[in-house]
Design a protein around this ligand. Structure first.
Ligand SMILES: [Mn+2]
Length: 345
């Protein structure tokens, strides 16, 4: 197994982008703020340099995420097949085959013309040339370095566009740090945020459009998630489950559950929160969140914890997928928690 680490520098990425006459930019399925922000920031920059860009979102997309784009900036992969005549494919905010299933065949056909920019600890050798910086709080933080390397002002828009590269960078930075609350929001993050807000990024409007724009269905399904909560490891670990029946009863979708996994961490004694979601019959998606100890390290490195189920992510936030229903996932997770013994006490 090859280690998932950088195979080149920011300068190498910049040179490859400059040298490409046409590009496609993609990320993981069900793009979050960082995935969409990275795609939008890069596509605005490359279009400003006069390059044709096919910027593509895969899987279900939260309408609030879609609303970050201007008309024609992004397309869904369902709209038409991926183009094989582009010179370069850019994969952002993931390097895992498991997260890019809809693009699998296309990415394999594009190799070795795939370039990667990511901040996750685990991944595969999808991109021959890649920069992986696990210290970056968001992929857009790395993308900002690339755009600086391209010599573009972050206030740049795509030709004819109104929305800036800076706004897209900010979206990834804000959402991947829990709006600057998580452990990963370090001095470098605040420095970049200050630079972006100083350029006129409207952080209040972005927060409202992304975080205060839910449907009533969200609260209905959140109520069911909270009602399912059980405590483990002496009150240190919270587990919640949302089954297919809960979605049916509330008319909610998995999109309505964004961030709900964090709610049990509001309890002082809680160190770890786990949300199991039966996203479709026979498949349970699990989100893991951890709080920091006094020394700043996570109570549980949930990226490592999730890796035993084939998942991954970051030390404080990770995910995994189980084949089977919630009780199946619960059994596996409870067994793994029991193996941790007293480390959570
Ligand atoms: Mn990210």
């Amino acid at each position: 197994m090859t280690a998932y680490e950088s195979t080149g520098t920011i300068d190498d990425i910049v040179a490859a982008l400059k040298g490409a006459a046409s590009l496609a930019i993609v990320s993981h399925a069900r793009p979050d703020g960082d995935a969409a922000g990275s795609i939008l920031a890069l596509s605005r920059a490359l279009r400003a340099l006069g390059k044709p860009v096919d910027a593509v979102l895969t899987g279900d997309v939260d309408p609030n995420i879609l609303a970050l784009a201007e008309t024609g900036e992004l397309r869904r992969d369902s709209a038409s097949p991926m183009r094989t005549d582009v010179e370069l494919a850019v994969l952002v905010d993931t390097g895992s085959w498991g997260q890019v299933e809809p693009l699998d065949g296309w990415l394999r056909s594009m190799a070795p013309r795939v370039l990667g920019i990511d901040h996750h600890a685990r991944g595969d050798a999808i991109a021959a040339l890649r920069v992986v910086d696990t210290r970056a709080a968001s992929t857009t933080q790395i993308v900002a370095r690339v755009i600086d390397g391209l010599g573009l002002d972050l206030g740049t828009t795509a030709p004819g566009g109104k929305r800036t590269i800076a706004e897209a960078i900010f979206v990834g930075l804000a959402t991947d740090t829990g709006w600057f609350r998580y452990q990963n929001a370090d001095a470098e993050v605040f420095a970049l945020a200050a630079r972006l807000v100083g350029m006129g990024v409207d952080r209040v409007a972005l927060h409202q459009s992304l975080e205060e724009n839910a449907r009533p269905e969200r609260l209905a399904v959140m109520a069911r998630a909270l009602a399912s909560l059980t405590w483990h490891a002496g009150g240190r670990v919270a587990m919640m489950g949302v089954a297919g029946a809960d979605f049916a009863a509330t008319h909610a979708t998995t999109d309505d559950l964004g961030g709900v996994v964090n709610v049990p961490l509001e309890v002082g004694a809680a160190c770890v929160s786990i949300l199991m979601t039966e996203s479709k019959p026979g498949t349970t998606k699990v989100s893991f969140r951890s709080k920091p100890r006094a020394d700043g390290a996570p109570w549980l490195n949930v990226s490592d914890f999730a890796s035993q189920f084939g998942g991954g992510g970051h030390a404080f936030a990770a995910g995994a997928k189980f084949s089977g229903d919630i009780s199946c996932a619960r059994e596996g997770i409870e067994r793994a928690l029991a193996r941790l013994g007293t480390s959570l006490s």
